[in-house]
Design a protein around this ligand. Structure first.
Ligand code: NAD
Length: 415
């Protein structure tokens, strides 16, 4: 998705909502773009300059909120897209945040740990004037970790001269983070699937799910779906995958994978008595699996015009960002496939960030179990809102999500 496409979507939705032109324009363009040249002292004593950007898209509903990514391909155009989608996501799940995104153009693997720390500190100094717990609250994203969040917070606090844990989320538990954060996106996806199954009168034990991607999101999703009683019949990561029509035993499969096996070597059929063996399945094949619900949870652009016709699932839940291209979506729509869009399905992560911020800034404490329950409830409520709007407006779930988000942002705009 490029920014023109995001802009066109916001304008079209705004017109549908009969918003006036200036309101549409205020949502269609970012409020502020901060571009920085960050000087960093390298281990060899020389100073290198890194390009960084923070896009503050919209703060009508609350502080800008969104990740910081460290990746060689970070550029302002892409960060603008991601920041706008964050505004829509936070509005959709109805939390008092706006949207932002940022990043540094860097290959983090080329840097030593001390260089990475100095780079992060340089970023914190560069952004210190425009961020803050009530202004703009960054978080982890691609290649940024709780350790990076800790370095960032410490340097920011040095600049402003006070303790401010709520300036950043995604911190480790003992640095002011919360326990539910690590699993939040997968748990949120599982909550959406559980609610969808209830609405569609599908019993979990008769509902088959295939998952592409077994990283943070795919793993926690598989874990929670397994405990909710769903039949996860296939999981594939980049190099291999495993499939069994009777459903995979999450814990045994995970245990085997953790002890150094590829997913394709994780068949545990022998543990459960006489049964057919598991089949191997690749990352592309898993998308074409015979299943009720397909979950792309790896990277973007996985379902394209080339394979959309081969998708057998009637429901796709987008846990990865933008896994279905626009061309593919048109083909799938014609086939009657329901797509639960990324801005809804993978919003569990930012929801947990909100809980962390609430604890840091407003002193609202939740136990781990309360955090899980609150996250599940809010994700299910967001899905209910989207299903209701899609029915009333006769639109796809993606369009319904945009309608809800944009109308909420428009209502919150002042002046
Ligand atoms: P991750 O890096 O932990 O895991 C991604 C996994 O996908 C890895 O195991 C990788 O090997 C695998 N992978 C890469 N290319 C693949 C391919 N072509 N086929 C199959 N597997 C492939 O990342 P994650 O945090 O699990 O994020 C997954 C997706 O969810 C990303 O699109 C991310 O933007 C999105 N997302 C994540 C969060 C979050 O909280 N982690 C929140 C919102 C959205």
């Amino acid at each position: 998705m490029n920014y023109k496409e995001v802009r066109d979507m916001i304008v079209a939705t705004g017109k549908k909502l009969k918003l006036d032109d200036s309101t549409i324009e205020r949502i269609a363009e970012p409020e502020r773009i901060i571009e920085l040249n960050l000087p960093v002292k390298m281990d060899n004593g020389k100073t290198r300059i890194f390009q960084a950007v923070r896009v503050q898209h919209n703060n009508a509903k609350g502080p800008y909120k969104g990740g910081l990514r460290y990746h060689e391909e970070v550029n302002t155009e892409e960060v603008k897209v991601l920041a706008a989608l964050m505004s829509l996501k936070t509005a959709l799940i109805n939390i008092p945040f706006g949207g932002g995104k940022g990043g540094i153009s860097v290959k983090p693997k080329d840097l030593s740990k001390t260089e990475l720390k100095r780079l992060t500190e340089s970023l914190a100094r560069g952004l210190a004037d425009v961020i803050g717990e009530r202004k703009d609250v960054p978080a982890p994203d691609v290649n940024t970790t709780p350790q990076i969040m800790k370095w960032f917070r410490k340097e920011y606090e040095k600049v402003v001269g006070k303790s401010e844990p709520g300036v950043i989320t995604g911190k480790a538990f003992n640095d002011g983070g919360i326990k539910v954060r690590d699993e939040a996106t997968g748990l949120g996806g599982a909550a959406v699937i559980q609610e969808l199954a209830r609405v569609l009168n599908k019993k979990p034990k008769e509902t088959t799910v295939a998952i592409q991607g077994f990283g943070n999101v795919g793993n926690h999703l598989a874990h929670h779906l397994y405990h909710m009683g769903f039949k996860v019949i296939a999981i594939a990561d980049i190099d291999s995958g495993i499939m069994h029509e009777d459903g995979l035993d999450y814990h045994e499969t995970y245990k085997k994978m953790k002890s150094g096996n590829k997913l394709s070597e994780c068949c545990v059929c022998d543990i459960h008595g006489p049964s057919k063996d598991c089949l191997n399945v690749g990352p592309k094949e898993v998308l074409e699996a015979e299943c009720d619900i397909l979950v792309p949870a790896a990277i973007g652009d996985q379902i394209t015009k080339n394979n959309a016709g081969k998708i057998k699932s009637k429901i796709i839940v987008e846990l990865a960002n933008h896994p279905v291209t626009d061309e593919a979506e048109k083909i799938l729509e014609k086939k009657g496939v329901m797509i639960v869009p990324d801005i809804l399905a993978n919003a569990g992560g930012v929801l947990a960030s909100y809980f962390e911020w609430q604890e840091n800034v407003e002193g609202v404490k939740m136990s781990y179990e309360e955090g899980q329950a609150a996250l599940i409830k809010r994700m299910k409520n967001a899905l209910k809102d989207v299903l209701k709007t899609a029915k009333i407006e006769k639109t796809s779930l993606r369009e319904a999500s945009y309608i809800i988000s944009i109308s909420r942002i428009a209502k919150a705009l002042k002046i």
